[in-house]
Design a protein around this ligand. Sequence first.
Ligand code: SER
Length: 343
Amino acid sequence: MRKEVVLVTGANGEVGHGLITHLARSKRNAVVAMDLQPLDPALTPLCDRFIQGDILDTMLLGRLVSEFEIREIFHLASLLSTRAEFTPEAAHRVNVEGTLNLLRLAVEQSHWQGRAVQFIYPSSIAAYGLPSLAAKQAAGCVREDDWSHPTTMYGCNKLYCEHLGRYYSRHYRQLAVEPDTAHVDFRCLRFPGLISAETLPTGGTSDYGPEMLHAAARGESYACFVREDARLPFMAMPDAVKSLLMLSGAPRERLTRLVYNVTSFSLSAGEIYRLVARAFPTAEVTFQPDAKRQAIVDSWPEDIDDSAARADWGWQPDYDAQRAFDEYLVPAVTRRYASEPAR
Ligand code: SER
């Protein structure tokens, strides 16, 4: 018999760390983790198996079928927005073709199992694109279906993969004589910028939030690459993990959408600085906006409307900004860097 498992791609990433810790604790299913790089040793005891490899390697993905009955896929692997702008075509391959490969895997698994395979996909505020700062400020809190003209490769990839998920879950092979029996239960969250105390994101545009905090905790100065008044929605990592698990656990019949906004609090870069400085009074932060990265932030909404998630599956964040800094971020980053000498 093949083993029932949950597959997590991008296991070493920010979200992967938090999610795998919770999945292992909940013991819902054995965790098979995948990443390009060797698995962080801290995660090794939490995973039943680790597969080091590329989501573009279809042979590798194909071989998973012989070993595992994959009940659920958390597809977290992707190239974030800033990094993707330096290699747009490579980003497209990883973000889109990689997702397509995993959707194919879900179809195949569903055929073998004769039941639905759940596919949880984190999308992003990058899927939005507001044409100007004035439009952003006028739009305020935006709903899922508005302003969907992203300006970054990453945002285009995320938006398109949301559509691919809809296609695979509702319209796959619609012209076949016999309807395809595969059922991919695609569920997607649009995340705001995420802030984790345990890991730093790599290559994102909302990274100035977490970078400012981690630099202060390490006693390093930080040059923030956006203006002090640049405002984005953010969320602390425990809430991001909570939202993934809540969406995954929600009864299918309660879901009125495939793509849900989730958020916790909106802060300007200056407000983040003030929360950081309260905890680390010697923090040295300067604001040295990079016009091009600033333009990306200006195209993302300052707040997102998550009322559909609240109504359909009871979404509610545990951490507002104050609590996120006081009870999670500051104590955890302080512990994290306590053993390292200040630089
Ligand atoms: N945090 C991501 C980025 O900045 C957005 O989802 O790329």
